[in-house]
Design a protein around this ligand. Structure first.
Ligand code: PLP
Length: 423
């Protein structure tokens, strides 16, 4: 069971090749004309007259809320799990984020849960496709239409190449190419905006922003090269051990390195236009997109889910279409399983980037199912570079650990029972 030495499958592999990084460096040194690069990129999305390239999804969402000018205190219904910055942006615009709890199997609120959360102050639904599982939009769009609400799809975790580029009836669909996302360009986002007048207002606002410098972009390329190096199987294990030896929190270190914007002057940082170099790299990534690689990965994801599902819960795994951008499972004692997996050479993590949205004082209810789920979530190392035989070995470790726990529970119950009886 134990692999040689301390070789370790890292929790994450950045989805970008060395040749893409080199291409990036060349575009930092010889940047194209920015407006031409933006137009070229937007033409790669169907209906470029509805498309806007931004520095990040957070930048684009901030532009969208700015251009909408919703009345102060309007409620935004959000699927209860997302990244904290999305909530921060909603609040910055004087709006009230109201969490809507999720159905853990499908990783999205049920139609009834959306419906129950609607009040006269509701204006907008922000629905996230989590983990790569793309949920059905039609029922939500229908419901929203009946109540006069707008619908924004957060597709940051669900990019699937030309397979999906936003629902045509959604008011906005947002795709992220940030560092940890699929097909990353180390930043950048593409938004599809339904209403062209709204898009025009967003374009005008964005045109007044300063442009992201190309040297900060070069820094990102360099950081990414380091993270890629550290994720190599022989190096990853050594690096984790070194961190432990000097008492450094490896999880936070990696999260910090992959993060796009620092917390301090967050809005100054997101309110920038993407650099010409970034736009060129993003276009390069879209044009070079390998859909066969995705297909193979999806098939492996389905196979892994089929192996595990009888014994452990795999949230969202049954949803189709699914890209398995990440592969989470729910487990009672996450720390224990993580240690088990580490001993077998798999670097799983509880993840620290997602949060459960808290309801505003006096409004709505806590998203209990989401809270319970997040506490039990373990993200497995799962990416196209993980060979099938290794993913089978990982499944064995998980099933064995879960089986052991079940046996222990049974024994505990047996003890209680027999002690009760002897009394
Ligand atoms: C990553 C992510 C975002 C933000 O994307 P950026 O392009 O980095 O701003 C938004 N929502 C969800 C659910 C995400 O996972």
């Amino acid at each position: 069971m134990r692999p040689e030495g301390c070789a370790m499958w890292s929790r994450k592999r950045l989805d970008i090749g060395w040749s893409d990084l080199l291409f990036g460096v060349s575009r930092v040194c010889f940047p194209p004309h920015r407006k031409t690069a933006a137009a070229h990129l937007e033409r790669l999305w169907p209906a470029d007259e509805h498309t806007l390239a931004c520095l990040s999804v957070r930048s684009g969402f901030d532009l969208l809320l700015g251009a909408l000018e919703l009345p102060h205190g309007s409620e935004v219904l959000v699927s209860a799990i997302t990244i904290p910055d999305m909530i921060r942006i909603i609040e910055q615009h004087g709006l009230v984020p109201v969490p809507v709890d999720l159905d853990p199997q499908r990783m999205t609120p049920t139609l009834d849960q959306w419906w129950q959360a609607i009040t006269p102050a509701s204006r907008l639904i922000l629905a996230a496709h989590l983990f790569g599982a793309r949920t059905e939009m039609e029922p939500v769009l229908d419901l929203a239409r009946r109540h006069g609400l707008m619908v924004v799809e957060d597709c940051a975790q669900a990019f699937a190449g030309a397979g999906y580029q936003g629902h045509l009836q959604a008011d906005a669909s947002m795709f992220s190419f940030g560092t940890i996302k699929a097909s990353t360009a180390l930043g950048g986002a593409i938004l599809r905006i339904g209403d062209r007048r709204l898009l025009a207002r967003m374009q005008t606002a964005q045109a007044a922003y300063p442009v992201q410098g190309r040297w900060p972009y070069l820094q990102r390329l360099a950081k990414c090269a380091v993270l890629k190096g550290l994720a190599c199987r022989p190096i990853c294990g050594l690096f984790i051990r070194a961190c432990q030896a000097i008492g450094c929190d490896y999880d936070r270190l990696v999260n910090h390195a992959a993060r796009g914007f620092s917390a301090a002057d967050f809005f100054v940082q997101i309110r920038r236009q993407p650099s010409a170099s970034l736009l060129a790299v993003l276009a390069h990534r879209l044009q070079g997109y390998d859909s066969r690689r995705l297909e193979r990965h999806v098939a492996n994801g389905r196979a892994l889910a089929a192996l595990l599902q009888e014994t452990v819960s795999c949230p969202g795994a049954a949803v189709a279409p699914h890209t398995y951008w990440v592969f989470p499972i729910l487990i009672d004692e996450p720390r224990r399983l993580i240690e088990h997996l580490a001993r077998a050479g798999f670097d799983a993590t509880q993840g620290h980037s997602l949060c459960v949205v808290r309801p505003p004082a006096g409004l709505g209810q806590r998203a209990i199912a989401a809270e319970r789920m997040l506490a039990k979530l373990v993200f497995l190392p799962f990416y196209p570079e993980l060979p099938v035989r290794e993913s089978l070995r990982m499944a064995d470790v998980i099933l064995e650990a879960a089986g052991e726990r079940k046996r222990e529970n049974r024994e505990k119950r047996g003890q209680n029972y027999s002690s009760g009886e002897s009394f």
